[in-house]
Write a protein that binds this ligand. Structure first.
Ligand SMILES: [Fe+2]
Ligand SMILES: [Fe+2]
Length: 190
């Protein structure tokens, strides 16, 4: 289902496993940002017919955010400041202006972020199965939902303009492949 043109770098998993508390704080912010992304998409005229679907995604992301906060509390990890993600800001830097261009670019970028989350949660779920089954199950339970968000955003973009969505998907897949190859020593999901 996922179309990525580059594999997750081999140093990502060891870095994440060695810094789980920091990664969980980063993950909490990621879910918070995913909820606001869904709400922000509602301002685009082309997405007015999708407002309830977007609300449902926002509520799901907010639930994910709360689940991560619960996990932080159970583990005695304080909620803190997030690191900015060069990978996410690299994608966002290429958003074009103009109502229709902007909405399609937002949808394609959001879809790729959801898609990478889905892929990375799956990798984490497997890696944690033996050492931290609670956290492994936690990540496994998020995989399907993030995969659905990925697919929903791509479908919304295609529904607005099939040709524009395809062209931008090709563009962003190349950009994403370039960005994910950039070294990032910080312990974060993206
Ligand atoms: Fe989520
Ligand atoms: Fe999501």
């Amino acid at each position: 289902m996922l179309l990525f043109r580059e594999k997750i770098p081999s140093d990502w998993l060891p870095k994440v496993l060695a810094n789980l508390p920091a990664v969980l704080v980063d993950h909490a912010h990621l879910e918070r940002k995913a909820a606001t992304t869904a709400l922000n998409l509602e301002k685009f005229r082309d997405l007015f017919p999708c407002v309830e679907e977007l609300n449902a995604i926002a509520m799901e992301e907010l639930q994910h955010f709360q689940l991560v906060l619960n996990l932080l509390k159970r583990r005695g990890i304080p909620f803190g400041q997030p690191h900015p993600s060069p990978w996410i800001s690299g994608l966002m830097r290429s958003l074009r202006n103009g109502q229709r261009y902007q909405v399609i670019d937002h949808l394609v970028c959001s879809s790729l972020i959801e898609g990478r989350s889905c892929e990375k949660f799956q990798v984490l779920a497997q890696a944690l199965q033996a050492s931290d089954p609670e956290l492994g199950d936690f990540y496994q339970n998020l995989v399907e939902s993030e995969g659905n968000h990925y697919a929903t955003y791509i479908l919304m973009a295609r529904h607005i303009s099939e040709s524009e969505a395809e062209a931008r998907l090709a563009f962003y897949l190349d950009l994403e492949a370039e960005l994910i190859r950039q070294p990032n020593p910080l312990p974060m999901l993206h």
